[in-house]
Design a binder for this molecule. Structure first.
Ligand code: ADP
Length: 495
């Protein structure tokens, strides 16, 4: 039996998952690491925590599996996106903590770019909506803040990278300074059409090109993991942003195929094929992956509050004892009692992009009870997903015939059925829920010839399917009232 290891370097933990050649999971281990909040709105990780937690998880998974390291064909990396690192090209020593994607410290730098009228240029070149999430202004901030850093960068002494790039550099012992197209596209410095770092954007953010990694295919051997780690050199054969890896792991290989990850928030990605679709509805245009030099694009939309609503109902409101209980409660009443919960706790994401919206519960009557509010919370996750999928259909003309679900809240059967009903689309949930890790493993396995495209399609661990049963009138009425509720929640905070 041959094996592939996926490293899934996430925001709060690092995971390693080992798959055999049938695509079955044989072992997994994870390590949490510390989140640093040096100031309100700032988030950092220690680079050594990222690396060490990842190495420990890797070694533990290998030990647990009992496999012979000689049978490991490749390692694939999936990673938290946009998080920004800067290190010394000679020693590998980081110059600062990693600035995590969530960190808002560069909001003023983004505001300045937008005020200078560069918003639409950034949109056109990068496919992104200008935001402090993306790496560009984080790197700009590091180069401004660390004395002498920009001069050293110009002299070629420094390396910038996102987490994929940093891990690749560390695991190959400094031999590879690379990033893949999915990660490069989250920097706000990369032209997704020409597939080059963009000179104009680099100039706008005052970033010397000498410190940038080489951009490579998503599925490709980029170097060997050094012998010291597992006792044998092993090819590192894939780098991919976590959401892109999940899209691949869910088997969304064709244009019009889509997945939604129901975690804290929702991340929806739809494969749009070989040509990028420019969004008119506030979605992000992004590479899905690049394989054999051929780019596949996707549309991406995110919802800020999804599973987090259920956590809020449990921890802040005390309406449920566990997240799982929300399913039982929702099923114990025939409908939502005309109650809608708009979870605009931090504003609204795609397709609304309203930073001034705030949360709202509306439709309360004397007959309303806690069960209605819990159900309204779950329903809101499904309505928000429809909002994003409708926007994707408008932009691309593509409507998926099946939505592939994963993430913690996808365990909720009420939510999955209601989602299928409100979309009037079939929905499937894989039995093997680690789609991000599976995607990284599949991308790596393909690069070393363990699987060809046909074999990848056959790696199917089975799934549960949900088929819409709601009648059209009811669907329309519910969704219309959701839209009315959203309107009332928007623009609440007076700027
Ligand atoms: P993340 O990776 O974003 O941390 P996960 O994919 O681990 O998130 O999912 C965790 C989220 O899913 C939590 O916000 C939790 O409230 C929600 N969740 C977990 N189980 C259920 C359930 N059975 N029903 C609804 N929500 C759930």
């Amino acid at each position: 039996m041959r094996y592939v290891i996926a490293l899934d370097q996430g925001t709060t933990s690092s995971r390693a998952v080992i798959f055999n050649e049938k695509g079955e999971k044989v072992a997994a281990a994870s390590r949490e690491f510390e989140q640093l909040y040096p100031q309100p709105g700032w988030v950092e990780h220690r680079p050594e925590d990222i690396l060490n937690s990842q190495l420990e998880a890797l070694k533990e998974a290998v030990e647990q599996s009992g496999i012979d390291v000689n049978d490991i064909e490749a390692v694939g990396i999936a990673n938290q996106r946009e998080t920004t690192l800067l290190w010394d090209r000679k020693t590998g020593e980081p110059l600062a903590n990693a600035i995590v994607w969530q960190c808002r410290r560069t909001a003023h730098l983004v505001d300045r770019l937008v005020k200078d009228g560069l918003g639409s240029i950034i949109r056109d070149i990068t496919g992104l909506i200008p935001d402090a999430y993306f790496s560009g202004t984080k790197l700009q901030w590091l180069l401004n803040d660390i004395p002498g850093a920009r001069d050293r960068a110009i002299r070629g002494e420094l390396c910038f990278g996102t987490v994929d790039s940093y891990l690749a550099w560390q695991l190959t012992g400094g031999k590879a300074h690379v990033t893949d197209v999915t990660n490069a596209s989250r920097t706000m410095l990369y032209n997704i059409h020409t597939q080059q770092w963009d000179v104009r954007l680099l100039r706008m953010m005052d970033i010397p090109p000498q410190l940038l990694p080489t951009v490579v295919d998503t599925s490709k051997v980029i170097g060997m993991m050094k012998k010291e780690i597992l006792g044998r050199e092993i090819p590192i054969a894939a780098l991919a942003g976590d959401q892109h890896a999940a899209l691949f792991g869910q088997g969304c290989f064709e244009s019009g195929m889509a997945k939604n990850t129901y975690g804290t928030g929702c991340f929806l990605l739809m494969n749009t094929g070989a040509k990028p679709v420019v969004s008119k509805n506030n979605l992000i245009t992004t590479p899905a992956w690049r394989i054999d030099g051929k780019m596949t694009y996707a549309l991406e939309g995110s919802v800020f509050m999804a599973g987090a609503i259920i956590k809020w109902l449990r921890d802040e409101m005390g309406l449920i004892a566990s997240a799982a209980e929300s399913e039982e409660i929702a099923l114990s009443i025939p409908d939502n009692g005309n109650v809608y919960l708009v979870p605009a706790f931090t504003g609204l994401g795609a397709p609304y992009w309203d930073m001034y919206g705030r949360g709202l519960i509306i439709g309360l009557t004397r007959g309303t009870g806690r069960k209605h509010i819990v159900r309204a919370g779950l329903e809101s996750i499904a309505y928000q997903t429809r909002d994003v999928l409708d926007a994707m259909a408008l932009d691309s003309g593509l409507t998926p015939s099946l939505l592939r679900a994963d993430g913690g809240a996808s365990q909720n059967n009420f939510l999955m059925q209601f989602q299928a009903d409100i979309l009037n689309t079939r929905l499937s949930r894989p039995n093997m829920v680690e789609t991000t890790a599976l995607g990284a493993a599949m991308l790596a396995g393909r690069a070393v010839g363990l699987w060809d495209d046909e074999a990848l399609r056959a790696l199917d661990g089975g799934q549960t399917e949900f088929t819409p049963t709601m009648d059209g009138e009811q669907r329309a009425a519910l969704y219309r009232d959701w839209k009315r509720a959203v309107k009332r929640a928007m623009n609440w905070v007076e700027a």
